[in-house]
Write a protein that binds this ligand. Sequence first.
Ligand SMILES: *[C@@H]1O[C@H](CO)[C@@H](O)[C@H](O)[C@H]1NC(C)=O
Ligand SMILES: *[C@@H]1O[C@H](CO)[C@@H](O)[C@H](O)[C@H]1NC(C)=O
Ligand SMILES: *[C@@H]1O[C@H](CO)[C@@H](O)[C@H](O)[C@H]1NC(C)=O
Ligand SMILES: *[C@@H]1O[C@H](CO)[C@@H](O)[C@H](O)[C@H]1NC(C)=O
Length: 229
Amino acid sequence: MSFFCNCSNLSTSFFLLILPIFFTFIHATIFEIRNSCPYTVWAAAVPGGGRQLDQDQTWNLSVISNTNQVRIWGRTKCSFDKAGKGNCESGGCGGLLDCQDYGSPPNTMAEYSLNQFNKADFFDISVVHGFNIPMEFSPTSDGCRRGANCTGDINGSCPNELRDPGGCNNPCTVFNNTQYCCYSGSCGPTTYSKFFKDRCPDAYSYPLDDSAVSFTCPAGTNYRVVFCP
Ligand SMILES: *[C@@H]1O[C@H](CO)[C@@H](O)[C@H](O)[C@H]1NC(C)=O
Ligand SMILES: *[C@@H]1O[C@H](CO)[C@@H](O)[C@H](O)[C@H]1NC(C)=O
Ligand SMILES: *[C@@H]1O[C@H](CO)[C@@H](O)[C@H](O)[C@H]1NC(C)=O
Ligand SMILES: *[C@@H]1O[C@H](CO)[C@@H](O)[C@H](O)[C@H]1NC(C)=O
């Protein structure tokens, strides 16, 4: 008799044991991605995919709360067929509506890593890959307030050599040398990175930019990303 369990008791206690673990692991962070631009933006997230957002539309993206190195950005002037294949003027990810890969520059980027050291989230805006759409990235939960904005007029005053049909490109993509791309593993600010920094002081402006702020909130915080805040 002792070889046979009282199975209904066992499964109940197993369930009670598993339940809290289950809830710990499936906790998700919500990113409310909003398009306040007067034009359509095709929002993209890796992981997450992509979605067309007309003016004032919102996409609530749910991301597992221990995800590392995630990016959210916007694409402009896209056209996709019914199968979700097509292209964009800026930010496109290999011709797919549902992005699996990071987008092509120029693209203003929201970057984050969730639930890292000391159970904290780290997030920032980066123009290291250039600028296509003004962006705000901020927490929406109580207890964490500070967020980042990149709303300066980068496109309108973009140096001629960085101008791109989709925005203002980054000098690494345009010139492909170690000064701008940091291939050697060390590099400093340049005239171009200062141009970006002056207009978006919250944002990372070159690959090893340490003047930028990486914002932090307790794990479990939810966020808002707004195009044209
Ligand atoms: C997104 O989430 C916010 C906050 O929870 C909610 O107010 C809003 O209605 C949601 N929007 C959509 C499109 O689901
Ligand atoms: C970003 O700028 C917009 C428009 O000026 C403002 O409403 C918003 O509060 C700012 N957000 C942050 C996080 O600074
Ligand atoms: C960027 O600026 C150029 C030149 O002023 C303009 O033609 C273009 O429409 C602008 N693009 C965006 C996305 O605002
Ligand atoms: C950039 O330059 C390096 C050599 O310095 C070369 O290996 C690489 O293919 C170039 N990349 C592009 C995208 O042209």
